[in-house]
Write a protein that binds this ligand. Structure first.
Ligand code: GLC
Ligand code: GLC
Length: 818
């Protein structure tokens, strides 16, 4: 069953009914001001940091679902008694004659019609501005004049979303607003240390406003039946404490067939600390720098121009890499939605989505490094800066804070450090950056540790410490010690927690000198391969050998202790017993080490990689994707931690944790099996799953973190859409390994590994300042193998494209075959 459809031409997903199984969201903004918006206008806005600088309130996990948003009400003054409704369906949930939501690149439109009044609302954030535009176009489709009232509302958040949701004894007394010339300014705490405020403005004269929530809603009433809308008159209330809101009332008469556009602006503004007040010495917000901005975007032509600029910007981004393959689901994700999701994961890591409250987590160190892997070609400049920001939170011992706050760019100690895989991901992101851009200078950037002045080291030095961090933390089998956890945050082998509510990630009851991770071993070998190549080019062969040797030794340790006979083991627990072994009662085989070790190149020549992947196919693969491990843990194991806290089939306990699936896809391409790789992809591809939206339930246009595994009662149901490393890894798996267009240090490798039935495909891609138009032919229907490559009509040796930069545009033709 479907709830909408893809409009590929327009690059939008069209939702045709408002009651989707879950709110299906989109993100607004791509620079500093952001918003989440659902298909019924739910969601909230923030500046840079969803926790520390939140503009509007949202009530997670509420009934009804998706409470709090950018709500507009229409009131029909000609009906008696006057009826009112939400043209976005929520919050009144009045049944509409027409409804359609279109989520596009950086914007969302909601269209509806009721009783001859058509409303089209477009929500977006102009580039370079810290404000959002809600553009409401009303059309009177009645044969006679229509008299309407329009109300536009937001509920302000008192900036720190955590404090806002918990510290009521203070917050009920601090709220402050100002209303001047019909603009509502939310200025809580502006009197003291803040120099920022929010504003709500409109292109029309107001018939009235409210800024006090109770005045607007009426006591004990909700957003579905505001007293102010019901009565048709707002009271011009000024909030003192309690809950400041912005509610604007406009009256309008539309002739038969007449159309009018009204613009609402919600924004964020900062004043210099020394010119906060006007006049100086007063408590009035100095509005001299904000008013010109408000003035500008009140104008419909300016708003339209800003929208067109935003679209051009997105098209430019998407153009960076476009593909045409025989599979529509692959094309649509690669050309549009996967890129949109890459932008979201780059900006928010795992912080703010319908499932991530924006409060609990900052940006993850390992997460952001992985998110970068698919992002480099889109905005190399911002990727570079992010890498340097991440490196600046690295600790002097080479380890890393597990998270950092985007507003302050400081490591956040809430989950501490000691996740022993963390530092290695930095090596992968830096390597990917250099491969994409050829910009070796990043290695010489001077970056502090833990943001401490005086601790500066080159980025290259940071990478060396990342590697060293693993090498000085080896366990009894010569495998890396796991610390609090590795990629699987919930495999807590040193935790042994018996107290309810204790954090599995920070509690440690063991000295951590026994439990080891085979996964980190694979990751280390992969990182060592990158370091070897980097060092060879930066220093000399001899220096590079260190990494070659270290990788070799690690590989030996894996074969000694990490191989279970038909697959890689997962870890060793604190008793020195294997995890992910045929010997275990539950959790006998895990996906992570199969993916990571084969990606790192282990067992490719001697058949053991094939054996491992066959074990995955046999024991872990389902029609809904590949599960994390099997069998799932049916009870809580003190020595395994959070992984066994989830019922089997959910989350880290044996769900299809989608992030890991592309590892297996890449691993399959390493063995030349394009069919299998692509087949695995389609199982978790949301567009392919669109037809079973009633089962999948999350958005059909973005990947979800998890799909419930075979052991779960809700097998096949997705959760935690949008913010997942699945976006970067799938993008990488498709573009670089299946289509095989893969940046390397010295050029662009063309090494497709596709389903043999494909006749070929084309890719347009920017690479190091050049534009490549690549056509791949597969006349012999092979899965892999390049027999000929032509660059601008001239045959070249091998399949590595080295461009000398003399020309901007190139035609590349590739013939696959035996
Ligand atoms: C979440 C975390 C990520 C972790 C994964 C598996 O997605 O953000 O860091 O690797 O779960 O536990
Ligand atoms: C991972 C898991 C999540 C868990 C968290 C702890 O990200 O996905 O369920 O609570 O780790 O930080």
């Amino acid at each position: 069953m479907k709830f909408g459809y893809f409009d590929d031409e327009q690059r939008v997903y069209v939702i045709t009914r408002p009651d989707t199984p879950l709110p299906w969201i989109n993100y607004l903004g791509c620079e500093e001001y952001f918003g989440i918006i659902s298909n019924t206008a739910g969601g909230y806005s923030f500046y840079k940091d969803a926790r520390l600088r939140r503009l509007t309130r949202y009530r997670y996990n509420n009934a009804p679902l998706d409470s709090g948003g950018r709500y507009i009400y229409l009131r029909d003054e000609d009906s008696s008694p006057p009826r009112f409704w939400s043209p976005t369906w929520q919050p009144t949930r009045t049944s509409l004659d027409e409804y359609e939501c279109r989520h596009g690149m950086g914007y969302t439109t909601i269209h509806s019609a009721l009783a001859g009044i058509r409303a089209d609302i477009r929500y977006f954030i102009p580039l370079g501005e810290n404000l959002e535009i809600w553009e409401l176009r009303l059309t009177n489709q009645r044969p006679q004049e229509a008299n309407l009232s329009i109300f536009a509302t937001v509920e302000f958040c008192l900036w720190d979303a955590m404090d806002d949701a918990t510290n009521f004894q203070r917050n009920y007394s601090v709220g402050e607003v100002e209303v001047v010339d019909e603009v509502i300014y939310h200025k809580t705490e502006y009197r003291e240390r803040r120099n920022h405020f929010a504003f709500l403005a409109c292109s029309e004269r107001l018939a009235g406003f409210d800024t006090d929530r109770e005045a607007f809603l009426g006591s004990y009433r909700g957003w579905d039946s505001p007293a102010g809308v019901e009565s048709g008159t707002l009271t011009n209330s000024i909030a003192h404490g309690w809950q400041p809101i912005g509610a604007q009332h406009i009256r309008l008469s539309l002739k038969a067939g007449e159309q009018r556009t009204i613009i609402f602006l919600l924004g964020y503004h900062e004043n210099p600390a020394d010119t906060k007040f006007d006049p100086p010495g007063s408590q009035n917000v100095d509005k001299r720098t904000v008013l010109p901005i408000i003035q500008r975007y009140r104008n419909a032509d300016e708003a339209q121009a800003a929208f067109e600029k935003l679209q051009a910007y997105w098209h430019g981004l998407l153009d960076t890499l476009q593909v045409v393959t025989p599979d529509i689901h692959t094309n649509r994700m690669m050309n549009t939605w996967n890129v949109c999701q890459l932008m979201a994961t780059f900006n928010f890591s795992r912080s703010a989505s319908y499932f991530e409250s924006g409060i609990g987590r900052g940006m993850g160190f390992r997460d952001s490094n992985q998110d970068l892997l698919g992002f480099m070609h889109l905005m190399p400049g911002r990727a570079r800066q992010r890498i340097l920001d991440l490196a600046a939170t690295q600790l002097p011992n080479g380890g890393a804070y597990h998270q950092f706050q985007p507003l302050t760019k400081r490591g956040n100690n809430e989950v501490g450090s000691g996740f022993n895989d963390d530092p290695l991901w930095l090596v992968l992101s830096v390597a990917a950056y250099i491969k994409e851009t050829g910009d070796w200078s990043i290695l010489d950037e001077s970056v502090p540790y833990d943001n401490l002045p005086g601790s500066e080291d080159s980025l290259y030095g940071h990478l060396q410490r990342s590697m060293q961090y693993t090498l000085v933390r080896l366990g009894p089998h010569g495998l890396p010690l796991i610390g609090h956890a590795d990629w699987n945050d919930c495999l807590n082998l040193n935790c042994f927690s018996e107290a309810p509510g204790q954090s599995f990630q920070t509690t440690t009851n063991k000295d951590g000198k026994v439990a080891e991770s085979v996964f980190i071993a694979g990751l280390f070998i992969m990182a060592a391969g990158e370091m070897e190549e980097i060092t060879r080019r930066k220093e000399a062969d001899q220096a590079a050998e260190v990494y070659q040797l270290a990788a070799k030794e690690m590989e030996n340790a894996v074969w000694e202790a990490g191989w279970d006979g038909a697959w890689f083991r997962r870890a060793y627990d604190d008793f020195g017993e294997p995890v992910g072994s045929g010997k275990c009662a539950e959790g006998q085989i895990f996906i992570e080490p199969q993916g990571m070790c084969v990606m790192a190149g282990l067992g490719i020549m001697d058949g053991r990689a094939r054996q491992a992947l066959d074990s995955v196919a046999e024991r872990l693969a389902t029609p809904h994707g590949i599960m994390l491990h099997q069998p799932g843990y049916t009870r809580y194991y003190l020595h395994l931690g959070e992984i066994s806290s989830y019922p089997p089939g959910y989350k880290e306990n044996g769900s299809v944790f989608c992030h890991t699936n592309p590892w297996i896809m890449i691993a399959e391409t390493r063995l030349g099996n394009g069919s299998m790789a692509h087949d695995y992809y389609l199982r978790i591809n949301p567009s392919k799953r669109e037809d079973i939206s009633e089962v999948h339930r999350c958005e059909p246009y973005v990947y979800a973190q998890m799909i419930a595994g075979r052991e779960a009662p809700s097998y096949g149901e997705a959760k935690n859409s949008w913010l997942t490393g699945t976006a970067a890894w799938n993008y990488l798996a498709i573009s670089q390994w299946i289509l095989g267009i893969r940046p390397e240090f010295d050029g662009l490798r063309l090494d497709p590994c596709i389903p043999p039935e494909w006749e070929g495909f084309t890719v347009e891609r920017s690479f190091r300042g050049c534009r490549l138009d690549i056509t791949v032919h597969n006349p012999q229907h092979v899965s892999r193998g390049v027999v000929r490559m032509d660059l601008d009509g001239v045959r070249v040796e091998g399949n590595l494209l080295v461009l000398d930069g003399s020309q901007r545009k190139h035609q590349v033709e590739v013939w696959m075959g035996e």
